[in-house]
Write a protein that binds this ligand. Sequence first.
Ligand SMILES: N[C@@H](CCC(=O)N[C@@H](CS)C(=O)NCC(=O)O)C(=O)O
Length: 200
Amino acid sequence: MILHSSPASPFGRKVKIAATMLGLFDELEIVMTDTTNPEDIIRVRNPLGKIPALVLDDGLVLYDSAVILDYLDHRAGGDLIVPATPDRRYRVLTEAALADGLADAALLQVYENRLREEPKRDANWMTYQGQKVERALAYFETTLPEEGLRSVADIGLACALGYLDLRFAGSWRESHPKLVAWLDRFAAEVPAFEATRFKG
Ligand SMILES: N[C@@H](CCC(=O)N[C@@H](CS)C(=O)NCC(=O)O)C(=O)O
């Protein structure tokens, strides 16, 4: 399988961690992908031009990261990082969506700074996205993912927090002590988290 990704992508990191947890990492050929380059094949393979995208052996392209994690779970036998029973499944999938939304809102702030010149940056837009991040962090600080179940929610949350560490200098840490302890436990239990940390 070909995985289109880039080293700093929190969503690509989800796929690498999930594949490692499920024993599928060696089946991935990771292709460095530049979403800003109009010539990059990612725009052919995923019309949205976003990473990660996973090209299967039969040529089918899967995106986004939630779909890819679901596929990897299925490929590894199922009911491993995506619970099968409805009582757990939909809570976990919703928490995973919240974690992805947190990362999305953080990413949009980074893009605003990166892609717009200073005078064109929209402070209201930044605040709007920042408040999404704050509300999602507040939710997870009081409602941690279920203990003992290393699911897509945990993977997504760890990658979102890792992205805040990378791009926002860990400013979330001081006001979210339970999440800090949770991330330490996740990192200790899932070595792929540290192994996939962007060090550039
Ligand atoms: N919902 C998507 C989000 C993917 C995403 O936003 N990826 C970023 C890189 S981390 C990207 O491709 N950005 C380029 C763009 O938005 O055009 C997922 O879960 O895979």
